[in-house]
Ligand binder design. Structure first.
Ligand code: GLA
Length: 418
């Protein structure tokens, strides 16, 4: 189950060798895994606490320093070639709306330019470009596993490596934030890239998105081994009727503003992490119902993260799973962000054999649901979910993931250059 496999590495090295005429032995490879967030959904942008880990699937970026300022990129999934120079000044393009615009196939090179933008903005002087080829794990882009952050991190690591820059994971968390918030205009938090850059095999990553404090909580001997189940909805482009990601962020801020004003703290930045829990309890009735639901999600989700860390550390997967499912329910009822097929998948997963807990992965507008499942029952759970989802959503199920509607994964490691 180890990732990347030798054949995946060989394929990416050969692709770069073909582009450059250089030996495969000279090709460096960035490994940037996808992430899951069992607990701590939709609260990173409000400075909340999150938990995360990576999986044994993700992005590979094979590259060779170009020897001049040129960047030349190909993709194993998308057509065309992306070319630019590292001394071309990049400006924000602001296209992201979490409804797919920034993930448009025709602009797959956007994240590479975004990485250059982030490094230029941070006064990291690049003298050299890369010639490279990028490849994602089969069928897993646009799945709520944060392939976009994995791509952004991959370009950052490759450009830094080619220019012999020493950059800490914390700095790269900020650079990836600059790609998403600054270059693309998406108001997301730092969960995705923190998970990708900080995670370590066998641990749950905890991150306080306000203070940037983080820790790795090693898994104890669980009574039984677990697997991570990913169940795909077949929804790749978000429904146009779905309220966008940025709208939810604005609602959270509106709730924070009301609560801070009510408690005489209107000078503070309107972010929910600046609202004390006691203030929320005292003034929640002053919030309009929709804002009250967003705030309730924030405060209850922070609590689930704290309890979840304890459950994980003490090896209590049953309790950990229950919290994940409660988090999923709060995303549906309070944060109101799940598309119908994802909500159906969530409910199906909760009934599947051996499942400890489930929720949708990522922002919930498309992609997949994740579940923690008893390793021995993982196959049975996968086939149950496949059958039930085919009944619930025959059209989406037909289009699924090259015939693989459910994937059984294991935890992964952090992003690195091989
Ligand atoms: C997306 C965003 C993250 C986070 C999650 C939801 O993946 O990029 O910042 O908000 O959704 O938890």
């Amino acid at each position: 189950m180890s990732w990347p496999t030798d054949s995946e590495l060989t394929a990416i090295k050969e692709a770069v060798s073909k582009m450059t005429g250089r030996d495969t032995g000279e090709v460096r490879v960035v490994v940037a895994p996808y992430r899951i967030c069992p607990l701590g959904a939709h609260i990173d942008h409000q400075g909340g606490a999150v938990s995360a880990m990576t999986i044994n699937k993700g992005i590979l970026l094979g590259f060779i320093p170009s020897g001049d300022t040129q960047v030349q990129l190909r993709s194993a999934q998308f057509e065309g070639e992306v070319c630019f120079r590292v001394d071309e000044i990049q400006h924000p393009i602001g296209v992201a709306n979490k409804n797919g615009a920034s993930k448009d196939k025709s602009i797959w090179g956007t994240y590479a330019r975004g990485a250059l933008y982030a490094l230029q903005t941070s006064k990291k002087n690049l003298k050299q470009g890369i010639v490279g080829c990028i490849s994602g794990s089969d069928g897993l882009d646009s799945s709520g596993l944060s392939s976009s952050a994995a791509v952004g991190v991959a370009y950052l690591l490759a450009l830094e490596n080619a220019n012999e820059l020493t950059v800490s994971p914390t700095e790269n968390i900020e650079y990836d934030r600059l790609i998403e918030n600054g270059y693309l205009g998406l108001r997301n938090g730092i969960l995705d890239q923190s998970a990708i850059l900080l995670s370590s095999f066998g641990c749950l990553t905890y991150m306080n998105c306000k203070t940037m404090d983080h820790k790795l909580v090693r898994a104890p001997e669980f009574k039984k081994p677990f697997r991570i189940l990913l169940a795909f909805s077949g929804l790749r482009q978000a429904l146009t009727t779905n309220p966008g990601y940025n709208l939810r962020v604005a609602e959270c801020q509106e709730a924070a503003k009301v609560l801070l004003t009510a408690s005489g703290n209107s000078e503070l930045e309107p972010t929910l992490c600046n609202v004390e829990h006691a203030v929320y309890e005292a003034h929640m009735h002053e919030l309009k119902p929709v804002l009250a639901r967003r705030a309730e999600h924030y405060f209850s989700e922070n609590m689930r993260v704290t309890k979840g860390l304890e459950a994980w550390a003490s090896g209590n997967l049953e309790e950990f799973g229950k919290l994940i499912s409660a988090s999923g329910l709060s995303s549906i009822e309070n944060y109101e962000c799940g598309a119908e097929p994802l909500i159906q998948l969530y409910k199906i997963l909760l009934k599947a054999p051996g499942v400890y807990g489930a929720r949708f992965s990522g922002a919930g507008f498309r992609g997949c649901c994740l579940a923690f499942v008893d390793a021995e029952e993982a196959e049975a759970a996968a086939s149950y979910v496949k059958d039930e989802y085919e009944k619930a959503q025959p059209e989406f199920a037909k289009k699924l993931n090259g015939g693989k509607p459910v994937l059984i994964c294991e935890a992964g490691d952090s992003a690195r250059v091989l």
